[in-house]
Design a protein around this ligand. Structure first.
Ligand code: CA
Length: 357
């Protein structure tokens, strides 16, 4: 009798668990994602494909992501508006592309002479970075999450060598974000051009110089075929991409799927940082072997001094104009003051003693 009731209880429990799991399995959610990048774009696009694969596997198919590249939505710099309006549930882009609309978006990609990638991740996840990003995006009905880092970016491709600050006067250059403001301030004619149009613009002389990312993404673009001076970076020490998510779309997800998405975004972002390091190492070796005419350069001291002075001046002007700008600028400066002395006695001291050229 006792055995029978135990068996019946077990059977009841089993049928209950089958019923409830089949009910859950029926509830699937599909998020539409617009990316700034073209179809099958290496690294930046890989990050969305790896996010999609992770999310779908971890949720056992309950959460699906449908990715539209720029060839479908036709608005590489329209991600902010499309996600805000709910035309897409989420987007993958760089926050600083929207500085014309909302200047405070600039600080969440990178700042010239600012934090390196590990320092910036520290600021995002253990400092005030995430909270400040939400403060900027929430009034626009969006959530913002770090979307993958490129590490230190190169200063760009120049057709002519830059020997003095005079050489930069009136030079037409593609460079977005805060760096664009700084370059413009010291006399460069700055423009931003979507990735898909950059090669043609440089080839036809619409621009004289451009910066994109670094060897991993620059080599496939072919810039080395039309310009040979490759400058070291100052402007994007840690460019972080962003996933923007429409707040209503986020709120519709059950808590466990929100957490699945959050963890997958953090993992995919980390993967992008490592993948960029790996692929840039390979690409730079290949470039040196196959294109020995490419010359690495650093800007002369007078140019670097002018860039540094202009960055400081523009940051001070922005802090003057808007209390939230001031809060973000001060938060980043304070974080850097705290963490950089450690980076100096760790990474910098180590690399100075490393013997591999
Ligand atoms: Ca760049």
């Amino acid at each position: 009798m006792k055995l029978r009731s135990t068996l019946m209880a077990a059977a009841a429990l089993l049928s209950f668990s089958f019923a409830s799991s089949s009910t859950i399995a029926q509830e699937t959610y599909t998020l539409t994602l617009a990316e700034t990048w073209g179809p099958n774009y290496p690294i930046l696009g890989d990050t969305n494909r790896s996010l999609k694969a992770m999310v779908e596997k971890m949720s056992k198919g309950r959460l699906q992501i449908r990715i539209d590249s720029s060839n479908r939505h036709k608005a590489p710099f329209g991600i902010f508006d499309m996600v805000k309006a709910g035309q897409y549930d989420m987007g993958h882009t760089a926050s600083y592309y929207y500085k014309g609309k909302l200047p405070n978006t600039m600080f969440f990609t990178t700042v010239p002479f600012g934090m390196t990638a590990p320092e910036q991740y520290g600021w995002f996840y253990f400092g005030d970075g995430m909270d400040l990003a939400q403060k900027v995006y929430e009034p626009h009905n969006m959530l913002s999450f770090p979307g993958g880092n490129t590490g230190v970016q190169m200063g760009g491709w120049f057709r002519e060598e830059i020997k003095s600050i005079e050489d930069l006067q009136g030079l037409k250059m593609r460079t977005p974000g805060f760096a664009g403001e700084v370059m413009s301030d010291i006399g460069v004619a700055v423009t931003n051009i979507p990735p898909g149009e950059m090669y043609t613009a440089l080839e036809r002389g619409t621009i004289d110089a451009l910066e994109w990312v670094g060897p991993a993404l620059d080599l496939p673009m072919g810039f080395h075929r039309i310009s040979k001076f490759y400058y070291g970076g100052w402007q994007e020490p840690s460019a972080e991409l962003q996933w923007l998510i429409n707040e209503d779309s986020w709120n519709k997800l059950p808590e466990d799927l929100q957490e699945t998405l959050r963890v997958a975004m953090r993992t995919a972002a980390y993967d992008m940082y490592i993948q960029t390091t790996h692929m840039s190492g390979e690409a730079w070796s290949r470039m040196q072997e196959e294109h020995p005419d490419v010359e690495f350069r650093t800007f002369p001291d007078e140019v670097m001094d002018a860039l540094r002075a202009s960055t400081e001046k523009l940051l001070a002007e922005m802090a003057e104009k808007d209390p939230l700008s001031r809060e973000i600028i001060e938060s980043q400066a304070e974080y850097l003051q705290k963490v950089r002395p450690w980076t100096n006695i760790a990474d910098r001291a180590y690399l100075n003693n490393s013997t591999i050229e």
